[in-house]
Design a protein around this ligand. Structure first.
Ligand SMILES: *[C@@H]1O[C@H](CO)[C@@H](O)[C@H](O)[C@H]1NC(C)=O
Ligand SMILES: *[C@@H]1O[C@H](CO)[C@@H](O)[C@H](O)[C@H]1NC(C)=O
Ligand SMILES: *[C@@H]1O[C@H](CO)[C@@H](O)[C@H](O)[C@H]1NC(C)=O
Length: 299
């Protein structure tokens, strides 16, 4: 009896303490803590899945959802500037499979929740060039072109699935029901697989100098990851392929326990808009994301 009594007492104490502390900690937060429904949290990642599907399909086929699975685009505007990338056979094969995986993800999400049509996506060379210029803090000459060669396309791809991965890790504990968590776990598994393959391919070439910039592949990944940390504004949740520690190799990103970092929709929007502000669309989403969460931040 005694241990149970202690447990109950302890829970009550913890409960009371949390009731006391929540308002105190809230007073430091300027916006109210938002809670989103499972439907909102499941719809939100469609924004990223559409982007990945189009980038990977266009990069390997020269066309995207409008040809491969038009019903999923639901009449949303075609992506700006996406095109066939110059890739070797192995990377082309892998990225094509990623593209088809994203088609599956779009189907899986839309089978569970209503979702929304494809938002306007800017996948043009200049959109990626802007990301790289921000990552380096000054313009690259010539501007970075993701479609020009294989290493550039891999670096451009490094920009995306990892953000989706952190979003799924962040969403999971907020989901109320098992159906939603099952879906998110399934999406997370494949998304992290994609990130791992991209990192593996890049890691093998980490010492290569990216032509004509003379900057190593590892340095590119570090710069991109730092940029994401800066835009997300929530500390370190992103790491390149090489870190400053006694063992520099960093094939996968993870916290001190090697657990994947979580990100909130707000952080993700701040990153993919390139603005550092979830209310200021831009970057890959000229008109912002869709779904209740993304729209709730738009003016
Ligand atoms: C669980 O969430 C899904 C997706 O939002 C929804 O379709 C389903 O009705 C929910 N199930 C229960 C039991 O609430
Ligand atoms: C490691 O530290 C050096 C010296 O402070 C710095 O120039 C370099 O950018 C750092 N690299 C990483 C990956 O943090
Ligand atoms: C984000 O943008 C909105 C809309 O322009 C602005 O009101 C808000 O102050 C910005 N937030 C930050 C932290 O700059």
């Amino acid at each position: 009896m005694a241990p149970l009594f202690f447990k109950v007492t302890l829970s009550i104490v913890v409960l009371l303490a949390s009731l006391l502390f929540i308002p105190i900690s809230c007073s430091h937060v300027f916006t109210p803590i938002q809670t989103f429904s499972d439907v909102d949290l499941l719809e939100f990642p469609l924004n990223l899945e559409y982007l990945e599907a189009e980038l990977f399909l266009y990069g390997t086929l020269g066309h995207g959802l409008d040809e491969v699975a038009p019903e999923l685009a639901e009449g949303g505007p075609p992506p700006i500037g996406a095109k066939l990338a110059i890739l070797g056979p192995l990377v082309k094969d892998i990225i094509f499979q990623f593209g088809m995986q994203e088609v599956g993800h779009l189907r899986a999400i839309k089978k569970t929740v209503r979702g929304f049509p494809r938002p306007l996506l800017d996948l043009s060379k200049s959109s990626f060039a802007k990301v790289m210029d921000s990552a380096f803090g000054n313009p690259l000459h010539p501007p970075f072109d993701p479609y020009e060669n294989e290493i550039n396309f891999l670096l451009a791809s490094y920009v995306i699935p990892y953000v989706g991965l952190t979003g799924y890790v962040g969403a999971n504990p907020l989901l109320q029901n098992a159906t939603s968590r099952k879906l998110v776990a399934g999406l997370l598994g494949v998304e992290s697989g994609q990130d791992a393959i991209l990192r593996g391919l890049l890691y093998e070439r980490r010492a290569w100098k990216v032509h004509p910039y003379g900057v190593s592949v590892a340095e590119f990944t570090n710069r991109i990851s730092w940029l994401r940390n800066k835009l997300g504004k929530e500390g370190i949740k992103d790491e390149g392929l090489v870190v400053n520690s006694s063992y520099p190799g960093n094939i996968l990103a993870g916290d001190e326990y090697s657990l994947s970092y979580p990100r909130t929709p707000k952080e993700i929007l701040s990153i993919v808009y390139g603005s550092g502000n979830e209310s200021v669309p831009g970057g890959f989403y000229p008109h912002g994301g869709d779904g209740h969460i993304a729209r709730s931040y738009l003016p």
